[in-house]
Ligand binder design. Structure first.
Ligand SMILES: Cc1cc2nc3c(=O)[nH]c(=O)nc-3n(C[C@H](O)[C@H](O)[C@H](O)COP(=O)(O)OP(=O)(O)OC[C@H]3O[C@@H](n4cnc5c(N)ncnc54)[C@H](O)[C@@H]3O)c2cc1C
Ligand code: SF4
Ligand code: SF4
Ligand code: SF4
Length: 383
């Protein structure tokens, strides 16, 4: 029976929850807003399936494969502008749906919490398009994926690397009709912090929220903004000035497992990895128009066949993967633990106001600013 002794050893993928034959696992939310399995010991039959499918305890076996990497953009400019980077997710999703398939990914619920959803129509793809920088809840989605696969539907499952590994571990066999797409993952912020942030925004504007875009490109892809559409007004602030994004990017409130991530590696279990192609201006300047370029890494023969079939719909150029990840270390390395994280949550739980706290906890000292500046000059010189 699974027992999470140290929170950093559970990524919250829901594989244990989905596999339990007695349905005696509930996912309990802790005081930081992250979910962990909780077992009703009276119902448990000690079958140990939950431990077997946990991708942290039993990582899925992977075969070494040749990696091919591309810089890539969706030729449909409107779709690219609505997407976080080059709009490649939309190309894969449209293809699966045209072939009577099903697409799974993260979307908002009616209260703007983030949840995985099952999509059957291309008109609903807007619900999944665009990154949401909060942990997405899987619920019983792996069971639904299995059902679709057993019914021979083509399935595209998209999610964080740990969710893709959680699904593959839960399925415990290969399906020819399954394509998985993960991304280079910085880490996932706390759903509790997100909920409190939205509450504060609604209170200050005294209006309801109609829609949210984490990666609005009105002022460019590299300096993207968080945009919130209220009934009458619009809030928009770039990644360096919006408080929620500042706390996220300074790693104040990521899930504990994200500081010691077991899924950041080059050799992945997914068919395709997508990412923002940071550094494209240095590697392939002709592919940089500041509207979004994706880095694509192909891991499997299935992924390669699909990508080749769809390459007509993209502008692509093959690149050196090692060169590309110099600008995107989250492919292989976890972020450093933020030493102020525990006191941030302690103060949050003692009732302190969220935005005041983020302001305090993201203030960079003069010494640190000088250090960062020197570091970035040295980095530029040795590149
Ligand atoms: C939490 C998070 C952290 C990321 N960190 C990095 C990073 O460090 N470096 C980097 O280069 N790229 C990162 N990305 C990926 C990047 O933001 C783009 O999602 C990616 O480049 C794909 O863009 P696209 O234009 O092809 O498609 P888009 O339409 O933008 O992609 C949307 C896809 O992302 C999925 N998705 C959105 N939010 C979530 C979520 N919360 N959980 C699971 N799946 C989600 C959707 O299901 C959909 O499949 C991150 C994304 C997320 C969600
Ligand atoms: S040991 Fe089996 S029955 Fe018990 S919680 Fe795990 S999966 Fe469920
Ligand atoms: S299967 Fe996933 S949710 Fe369950 S304990 Fe393991 S990492 Fe946590
Ligand atoms: S950083 Fe690792 S553990 Fe955290 S969400 Fe991403 S893949 Fe999962």
């Amino acid at each position: 029976m699974i027992e999470v002794r140290n929170k950093k050893d559970c990524c919250g993928c829901y594989a244990c929850y989905n596999i339990c034959p007695k349905e005696c696992i509930t996912m309990k939310i802790d005081n930081e807003g992250f979910w962990y399995p909780n077992i009703d010991k009276n119902e448990c039959i000690n079958c140990n399936l939950c431990e077997k499918v946990c991708p942290i305890i039993n990582p899925v076996k992977r075969v070494d494969s040749k990696k091919i990497a591309y810089a890539s953009m969706n030729k449909d400019e409107q779709v690219r502008m609505k997407s976080s980077s080059g709009g490649i997710f939309s190309i894969l999703a449209e293809y699966i749906i045209k072939n009577n398939g099903v697409v799974y990914g993260a979307g908002f619920d009616e209260d703007f919490n983030i949840k995985h959803k099952r999509i059957l129509y291309s008109t609903d793809l807007d619900l999944l398009r665009g990154s949401k920088y909060v942990q997405s809840s899987i619920g019983d989605i792996y069971k639904q994926v299995k059902n679709d696969l057993e019914n021979n539907n083509p399935v595209l499952f998209t999610g964080t690397p740990c969710q893709v590994e959680g699904l593959r571990s839960y399925l415990r066999k290969e399906y020819v009709n399954l394509i998985t797409m993960d991304f280079i993952c910085h880490g996932v912020p706390s759903p509790l912090v997100w909920e409190k942030y939205l509450k504060k925004m609604k209170k200050s504007k005294q209006e309801n929220i109609k829609n949210i875009y984490f990666r609005n490109k009105d002022i460019g892809w590299k300096l993207f903004s968080l945009k919130i559409i209220f009934d009458k007004r619009i809030y928009s602030n770039d990644l360096n000035n919006d408080l929620f994004m500042k706390g996220f990017l300074q790693d104040v409130y990521l899930r504990p497992s994200c500081y010691n991530c077991k899924f950041k590696k080059i050799n992945r279990i997914s068919d395709i990895t997508v990412a923002d192609f940071w550094g494209i201006e240095n590697i392939l300047p002709k592919m940089d128009d500041d509207k979004g370029t994706s880095l694509i890494v192909i891991h499997s023969e299935k992924g390669k066949q699909l990508f080749d079939k769809l390459s007509e719909t993209m502008i692509i150029n093959e690149v050196d993967l090692n060169e590309a990840i110099k600008y995107n270390s989250s492919m292989i390395r976890s972020v450093k633990y933020n030493e102020k994280r525990n006191s941030f949550f302690a103060e949050l739980n003692s009732g302190k106001e969220l935005t005041d706290l983020i302001r305090i906890y993201t203030k960079i000292s003069f010494e640190k600013r000088v250090k960062n500046k020197i570091k970035s000059i040295i980095k530029r010189l040795i590149r």
